[in-house]
Design a protein around this ligand. Sequence first.
Ligand code: GTP
Ligand code: MG
Length: 234
Amino acid sequence: NAQLQQAAENLVRNRLMSDEFLDFVQENTKPLDTMMAYYKCAIMEVETKFKVLNEQFSLEYDRNPIESIKTRVKSLDGIVRKVRRKNIPLTLSAIEQNINDIAGIRVVCSFPEDIYLLADCLLQQDDIRLIEQKDYIKHPKENGYRSLHLIVAVPIFLQNEKREMKVEVQLRTIAMDFWASLEHKVRYKKNVPADETERLAQELSECAQISADLDQRMQNIRTRLADAELQHPQ
Ligand code: GTP
Ligand code: MG
């Protein structure tokens, strides 16, 4: 596959990839390509599950718990970096075993309780196997980051086999997503003096608290509205 080769050569030129990695890519172009295609299929499976759930809630309760869904397959250079950082052996099976976020799906909701509703509905499905769960909503990170992370295995059905693939699912509210994208920008900004970075981190941490409060209050409003409607049916 010329595209993958080209990507690998660019990485070497930019000193992101060692000759060793280039050899690996060149020797495994076809299987690497296949693996990436399988991850893409796994994303399609999980994305469909969320879309189906959204549809069902829309019919049943006249509301859409999902605001938006974003998906991505990790880039080759993202994989290279992680292989390096985690000292993962250069084989396809080691990469599959040790990197959990090659397939990624981010589900953005309006309200925190919908996150847990959707996560529960997904995990109840009998073809989904939970591998790992990190609840940064109940336990936010030190910097203020909040989201619910699931690593799940989902089967994809090929011509002659069924294959389990891992997918990283990140569930968050619009407010959590907004915060995370700004924090990401701050984190990867170069040429910002250390003391300013420190002040920005402090400011972000306060914003995380405000945004968590806002999520909670907006959810309370929705709950009260629903209760009031129940008590005063037209
Ligand atoms: P990697 O960071 O991917 O090696 O995995 P990990 O084992 O530390 O996983 P974790 O579940 O903590 O984070 C996985 C992903 O969540 C990251 O790749 C980011 O997309 C997101 N994430 C985690 N922490 C933060 C954070 O502090 N800020 C932002 N903006 N995103 C975060
Ligand atoms: Mg990651």
